[in-house]
Structure formats: C-alpha cells, structure tokens
Design a binder for this molecule. Structure first.
Ligand code: R5P
Length: 311
C-alpha cells in the first residue's frame, strides 16, 4: 500500500505487528527508550513525510501508555505526516465519561482533548465504553465492534439454547445488538448498584434465565466482580452454563482468582490489551482482533466505508 505507515507504542507492540502482517506492510522503524529518570523518548527512524500514518497504542494504565501515544503523534506531526490516525484498540479512562458526582473530572473528555491537541486527525478505536465519547472529539472517530471476531468463535455454540445477558443496565444496547446479530436470541439484564468504583453489587435479574445457557456481554473486565457476581445471581436463578464475552481484558488485581472461582464456564476476550502469562487462567480464551483493525485501516487509507464491515 502506497504511503501508508504503521507505528505502534509499547502497549500495543504485538498487536501492531499482527496488523502489519495482515496488511502485508512492514512496521515503521521506531525507537522507544527512556531517560534515566523514566521519561519516555521517542524517535521515528524512517522518513514519513507526506505519509498516511497510523499509530497503534491502547491507553490502559499506566498513564505512560497514553503519554507514549501523545509523543508518537507529536513526533509524526513534526515529521510532516500527511494524516495521523490514532488507532486506540482500548480507549482508557472511558468509564469516566460524565460528571456523576460533585467535583469530579470528565476524564474521557480530557483524554480526547489531549489526543486531538497532540495532532491526531482521526481516531480508530473499538467498543468504546459509551458511544457518546465519539462526540468528545471534533475529528472523525471510527468505533469498531468486536462482535464479528466473537461471532467466529461462538459458531461452536448451540445458539438457540442461549440467552444474552447484560451485566448492567448501561450495557443493554451492546447486549441487545449482540443478541440480534446472533439470530435474535432472548435478552435479559442484571440491575446492579455500584456502591464505590471497584465494588459491584448485583441486585436483580430482569428477564427469563432459568434453564437457559447464558452469554454475558460486556465491554471490559477489570476486577472481574461485575461478571462473577452476575454469574452467581444467574446460577441462583437456575441458569445453565455461563459464558462471558468482553472485548477488553484488563484483568486487574486478583481478577484471575475471582473468575476462576466463579460459576463462569468460559471467559472470551480479544487482544486489544496485551495479557501477560501471569494473568491468564484456564477458562480464558483470547481472540485475535488484528484482522479487523487491519481491514479498518485499509478502508480508512483507501477512503472506503467502514460501516459496511458491520452490516
Ligand atoms: C461498567 O460500566 C463496565 O461496562 C464494566 O462492567 C465494568 O467496568 C467491569 O469492571 P469489573 O470487572 O471491575 O467489575
């Protein structure tokens, strides 16, 4: 592909390599190093003047991942890239997308401002926590859906015996879309109250789950408590086997033990966030999302519709 350059930060190095393999493009030569005090130093090692540049970097913690993305954008801008697309497989800080208490920041908006101010011309991301985050940017944002990747894997399921469940009211639209695309499966949802940011408390199940196999659909797994507590209440209500599909696997703290000890039979995530060996567990299946990103990058480069990917 003419004049296309794919760069990646350290948070998404492997995913970037896979995207490049899919595109048949060599990753752009780049060095990420550190000053003695830990400051990040970036150097793009080849000419990108006049090129269509794609910078792949997820922005999960630590904040250095976001910083690397900003520095890469700045480096590309100053190297006279023609267009810069920030490819953010997992957009961090997305959960803080509104002022839901006095004196709190709208962190997702701040991150959007930073990316835009750094010089990105477009953003390509996946399963944003909430669709309205697209409006935090004044540049085009393409939000991919990992559903097509999950669908391939879910072909092994006897779909008609499954009910799709949203683990909270906020995820209802996501779960509904999943259920529809899997052939209009029944939908249920868990009405949850969260007393503090890292605690999840399940309250109620709305919909029929007794003697049904369950597919819980969520955007991310952090502590694992949302889906584990959800699975417990679904079992109490007589559910059969329980599978979870979540696009982004953050797997913080002791989430591995929480999920292993839960009644969940299978946890399926994608590789938008790299999952190191110590976070992996028996029930976990990691699906490769690189071909979806490669196809989207190709379409952006060739100015072809992306929405057609999801019909
Ligand atoms: C909540 O709104 C999100 O969609 C996830 O359900 C939640 O952030 C998952 O967090 P945890 O795994 O810590 O329960």
């Amino acid at each position: 592909m003419d004049k296309i350059k794919i760069l990646g930060g350290t948070a998404s190095w492997d995913l970037k390599e896979k995207i490049c393999e899919n595109l048949g493009v060599k990753p752009t030569n780049l060095e990420v190093s550190r000053f003695a005090d830990g400051e990040i130093r970036i150097q793009i090692k080849e000419n990108i003047r006049g090129c269509d540049v794609f910078i792949v970097q997820s922005t999960h913690p630590p904040a250095d991942n976001l910083m690397e993305l900003l520095l890469l954008i700045d480096a590309a801008l100053r190297a006279s890239a023609k267009r810069i697309t920030a490819v953010i497989p997992y957009f961090g800080y997305a959960r803080q997308d509104r002022k839901d208490a006095p004196r709190v920041p709208i962190s997702a908006k701040l991150v959007a401002n930073l990316i835009q101010c750094a010089g990105a011309n477009r953003v390509l991301t996946c399963d944003l926590h909430s669709d309205q985050i697209q409006g935090f940017f004044d540049i085009p944002v393409d939000n991919l859906y990992a559903f097509s990747v999950f669908r391939e894997y879910l072909r092994i399921l006897p779909a008609d015996k499954f009910t799709v469940v949203s683990p909270d009211v906020g995820g209802t639209n996501r779960a509904r879309a999943f259920a529809k695309r899997l052939g209009n499966l029944p939908l249920a949802l868990i009405d949850k109250r969260r007393p503090s940011p890292n605690m999840a408390e399940v309250m109620n199940v709305i919909g029929e789950v007794e003697k049904r196999n369950i597919l819980i659909v969520d955007d991310l797994i952090d502590t694992g408590k949302t889906v584990a507590n959800g699975a417990k209440i679904l079992k109490d209500k007589g559910a059969g086997s329980i599978w979870v599909c979540a696009t982004h696997g953050l797997f913080s703290a002791n989430s591995k033990d929480i999920l292993e000890d839960s009644p969940i039979d299978k946890v399926i995530v994608t590789n938008t966030i790299p999952i190191p060996p110590h976070k992996k567990f028996k029930k976990l299946e990691i699906l490769d999302i690189s071909s979806l990103f490669a196809e989207a990058i190709k379409r952006i480069h060739e100015e072809v519709s992306i929405s057609e990917l999801f019909v």
